[in-house]
Every structure is written in structure tokens, then in C-alpha cells.
Design a protein around this ligand. Sequence first.
Ligand code: MG
Length: 221
Amino acid sequence: MAHTISVDGATYTVSKILCMARNYAEHAKELGGVIPKEPVYFLKPPSCLLPGGGEIRMPTGIGRVDVETELAVILGKGGHDLSPAEAMGLVAGYAVFFDITGRDLQSTARKEGQPWSAAKGYDTFGPISAAAPASRIPDPHNLPIRVTVSGVVRQDSNTKHMVFRIPETLAAISRVMSLEPGDILATGTPEGVWPLVPGDVLEGAIPGVGTLRCTVAARKP
Ligand code: MG
């Protein structure tokens, strides 16, 4: 069943979830990666969405699973080959997103030159909050972003630290693939990505945008 997302009274079917990699310098450093020279992104399947939060089902036997807390951009219009200013005109709203990541699967895939699809794509690996309309967020590049895991602050940063900003990123992607209404762009995670264990409670917050609460449960493969 296709997931939908609502912004300001309009409902869109989600066709793709674009995610930026290494878009905060301190996060790139903590994983031992270099800061990219142009936007780097990958796709998560829409089937991984967990709208409104809820229970993240963490597969047993895949090793470390991390939370990455991110500002998500939700598109209300489509287009291709856009300028940065045109690309910003597609944005309908913003939300809090957890890019849940099988870190060990990702590390192994990276070493072996394989794609990250499994590491990023399990069902429930894409919790997203209710969306705030873009009209309420005049500057998406200056928002505090944080998460607590079982009551302890693990990520606490600001979207001003993004390496590549939303207009240039959307424009770059639009030169490769058409953007469509209901597309989601997760703008990358700041430092402090944290390994989850069953029983954890995650509370993410981007003041002005929203909050996102999840619990973690073990799931047999
Ligand atoms: Mg991420």
C-alpha cells in the first residue's frame, strides 16, 4: 500500500524518499568519511515510512542499527532541470525524519562496493512526523535539531550546519531525475548518530517544525 503524506490540507502519495549523505561536516568526520564536493544522495523505499512515528521494528541479527535525526523537506509540486530558486518553489512543508540505518550492513556494503539499500530500507526505518507548512518556516537553514534516546540527548545541532542547502540540492537532483509531488528529501544528519537497542524511546524535535516519537522493538528476521 502506498504511503501518503499531508501538508496543509493537501495529501500526496510518496513516490520517493531522497536522502543526503554526509551533509553535516561533523557527522562525516565521526564516520571517517570525507566531506563531499557536491550533494551526495541515495534513495530509501517509500515502504519504509512510519508516518507519525510509532514502533521501529529492529531486525535481530543485523548488528548495529542507528538513529539519524534529519529535517525532511516535502514537495508539493514537481519539476526537472530546475534552478535553485525554482526548486524551492516546489516545497510544501517540512517534517522531522529518522533515517534509521543498519550501520553494520552499510559498512559491509561500502567495503564491498555494494549498494546500501538493505541497510536503509527495512520496513519502519523511515519514521516521519506530521508536516509543518513551508509558510510557517521562513528559514529552514537555521533550526535547532535534536534527539533524545531513552531520555539522554544524543544529537543536538542546527540545520545551519548543512554542507549543501536545500535549493541547490533539489536543483542538482532535478537535473538527474524528475521531482514529483509527495517526494521527500531528508537533508542529512548531524553528528551523534546513536545505536539503538530494543526498549529504547526516541524523541526527535525541530522547534517550529514538529516532534517525532518512536519506540524500538526487536523483530525476528
Ligand atoms: Mg541519513
